[in-house]
Design a protein around this ligand. Sequence first.
Ligand code: SF4
Ligand code: SF4
Length: 413
Amino acid sequence: METHLADFIKDTPEGKEADEILRRCVHCGFCTATCPTYQLLGDELDGPRGRIYLIKQVLEGTPATAKTQLHLDRCLTCRSCETTCPSGVEYGKLVDIGRKVVETQVGRSPAESLKRKALAVGLPNAGLFGAALTAGRMVSGILPAALRKKIPPAQAASPWPAARHARRWVVLDGCVQPSLAPNINAAAARVLDRIGISLMKADRAGCCGAVAFHLNYQDEGRDAMRRNVDAWVPMLDTGIEAIAMTASGCGSTVKEYAHHLANDSTYAARAERVSNATKDLCELLGAESARLTPLLEAATTGRPRRKLAYHSPCSLQHGQQVRGHAEALLSAAGFDLTYVPDGHLCCGSAGTYSLLQPELSQQLLANKVKALESGTPTGIATANIGCLTHIQSGTTTPIRHWVEWVDEVLGGH
Ligand code: SF4
Ligand code: SF4
């Protein structure tokens, strides 16, 4: 598409990047068919092609309006459109740029600003979030049902094997996962310990930066990224083989640190090193199948296979373009995966989306639960804490991270 970006942005790094992305779009509209919000709302401006037009107009000098902001706010940033696009349009990067410009021009009401600021500050702080979660559990009886369903029961931390192997990976603890589901990383550590790899924590690492960044606190998001780079690079220097992600939403962001910090001359090279060393746990374990598969075969011989539905998070299948690894590991662990219709569609969690766009989020959740339960599974597996808690709020079928199912097969703790 032809572009004529306005003077205020055309010579900036963001302007040049947006221009390159926009020029790749050929208006074909293939992406529209696989966009969850277009499917719900039926409005071209609530689909990727329409949003691309809106961003183009703003970057070419048409002032943004509250309506422009609404259509961009309704986008889940699920990046299903990127998977569908035959021209390689990097919509996710474009919408980051567009949202920032629109926010600058349109602003937010004081109440909306306060809500977004509270989320940008509170969620990435593991201590604050843990305290808020504990308080929420104590008063859950008086909370509205919609909020109560989002608070999972407390989960005791399970054993984490001592570091005893020469081979070591480091895992991101993250911000909300340690409070919501501490068993996930412990389960990963136990599975890895069985195949001769020790999983380490990096005490100085924290939130990946995605929460603040996607709420348009981009500077704060980049600060979190720099802190993690500072925490991980010295560990890579000591021989840590990989940075493992057990939350695909975080993994999607960490793999893009090189992009987010490309214009920071102090951090660019180290951020690239971190991105290159980062993999989702399913990718890393998939490459260790020669060691893991015999253990799974021994553990499952003579046992009946169980039916499980797998929800592939958007951040894994679209954001990272990673497919098939978790499914193969679950299959090797004795699970038959049921067919899940519309598996490419978002569950409605999408970072803070379920809190900021609750109506659309709940519609997507209802559709997702129906699809996941259509094959009558005994449980559900996924790969991202946000999807896990969101989907669990809409069903009584137990949902766990896939590595927790694998760990259980191997004997758990
Ligand atoms: S990121 Fe998802 S919701 Fe947003 S335009 Fe693309 S497909 Fe639609
Ligand atoms: S599929 Fe790609 S090229 Fe076609 S309209 Fe969508 S973003 Fe543009």
